[in-house]
Design a binder for this molecule. Structure first.
Ligand SMILES: Cc1ncc(COP(=O)(O)O)c(C=O)c1O
Length: 413
């Protein structure tokens, strides 16, 4: 095998920055977000006029001659290093995120792991929000110590106060807003500024808002993570993750991704691309339906509190209004004091239109009981609180309200 074989040498055959379809001088970069969703990452003229890029099933790429087999000799070298399908989604997301580059992963959790591992090394210390998605904590607690990286959790609401937790070896700060079970909004610009003062990399799990409603890099984040499984794919039929990098974080991300052989199957990438085209329409409906359902839910006697940062009554509202341009379908509510586990379970079991499932972001409505796993060192979550997380789907909100109403009646009458 030739020393130049990129399958062996890992030599990329092209500059891996994925903004080739668009630059600041490209007229597409000034378009409004909805228009971008319809046009980014597509070049029909390159594919005989077909509207969508082909789903390229590939490993091997052939070269016309030995001379072309040098690094950069032709655009594609080996499918693990990218193909026209992955390029389309990466380029579209790169522009939406305002990133230097984007990498795709085979799940959202894998995107978390990739982003973290790209910016820490043995001896480093990372701070992670106490409200991070539980498998993110599991990754941090089980994988990072093996590589000599120490982890501390911090109160998501401490903002610039996070400085008090910095150590000489703190090199990364992981944020997630809102917390996907408890919905705290973090002051990302304040945390980012403090972290950058000590040269640390700032990461954000931005799955709730998507790059349509929040562009973390413009808030100071270096690595913006999406569980693309949720709103990008949008149909509960594929797993996907994305990491968008700022200029300062891109090289390390790109290098690490190449070194560990990151890759996503083209069929899943295509489902991500297809979902992306309608994401704005779906999110607008998720948002509208969620407001309609919560507006009714807040007046129900069995309900004590609603968590949804886009409501003026939510403690995170001011930050949401400052940093985000929309809201999506994930929210939660607490039952009134004294509600028993049995009543909460009876409510969930009585739902007909809401599936019981540990996910969200698809077209359908879902519900789960809120149970915080693992020790929450910084955030006090009242163990007696009975809460339900809802994902409000694309059904008619009147039907969803009727369904919740009958389930409340069954559980509380
Ligand atoms: C906030 C958040 N981040 C990351 C993930 C992980 O995504 P995936 O299930 O695609 O691994 C999830 C999944 O539920 C999530 O809710």
């Amino acid at each position: 095998m030739s020393a130049l074989d990129p399958a062996v040498s890992g030599v990329p055959s092209m500059p891996t920055r994925n903004r080739s379809l668009m630059s600041n001088s490209d007229p597409k970069s000034s378009l409004k977000p909805d228009t971008k969703l319809a046009h980014l990452g597509r070049e029909p003229r390159s594919f005989h006029g077909f509207v969508n890029p082909p789903v390229v099933h590939a490993s091997t790429v052939l070269y016309p001659d030995v001379e072309s087999m040098r690094p950069g000799g032709q655009k594609y070298s080996y499918a693990r290093r990218g193909n026209p399908t992955t390029d389309s989604l990466e380029e579209a997301l790169c522009e939406l995120e305002g990133a230097a580059g984007v990498k795709l992963t085979n799940s959202g959790l894998n995107a978390v792991a990739l982003a973290v591992l790209s910016c820490v090394k043995s001896g480093d210390h990372i701070l992670i929000t106490d409200t991070a998605y539980h498998p993110t904590r599991h990754f941090a607690d089980t994988v990072l110590p093996k590589f000599g990286v120490s982890v501390d959790y911090y109160d998501p609401l401490m903002g610039v106060g996070i400085k008090s937790l910095f150590r000489p070896n703190t090199t990364a700060v992981f944020t997630e807003a809102p917390g996907s079970l408890t919905f705290e909004m973090q002051d990302i610009p304040a945390i980012a500024e403090a972290a950058h003062d000590i040269g640390a990399t700032v990461l954000m799990d931005n799955t709730w808002a998507t790059p349509l409603f929040c562009q973390p890099i413009s808030l100071g984040v270096d690595l913006a993570i999406q569980a693309g499984t949720k709103y990008i794919v949008g149909h509960s039929d594929a797993m996907l993750g994305t990491v968008a990098a700022s200029e300062r974080a891109w090289e390390a991300l790109d290098e690490y991704y190449g070194a560990i052989g990151g890759h996503v199957a083209p069929d899943d990438v295509f489902l991500g691309l297809r979902g992306l085209r309608t994401m704005s329409v779906r999110l607008e409906r998720h948002q509208r339906n969620t407001h309609a359902v919560l507006n009714w839910l807040k007046d129900q006697p069995a309900v004590a509190n609603i968590s949804y940062p886009a409501l003026p009554s939510d403690p995170g509202y001011e930050i949401w209004k400052r940093d985000f341009s929309g809201s999506t379908g994930l929210c939660a509510f607490d039952f009134a004091d004294g509600t028993t586990n049995e009543q909460s379970n009876a409510f969930l079991n009585a739902l007909n239109l809401f599936g019981l499932g540990y996910s969200w972001g698809g077209f359908e409505s879902l519900a789960i009981p809120v149970k915080l796993k693992g020790s929450r060192s910084a955030t006090q979550f009242d163990e007696k609180r009975r809460s339900v997380r809802l994902h409000i789907g694309l059904e008619d909100p009147e039907d969803l309200i009727t369904d919740i109403g009958q389930a409340l009646n069954k559980a509380f009458d």
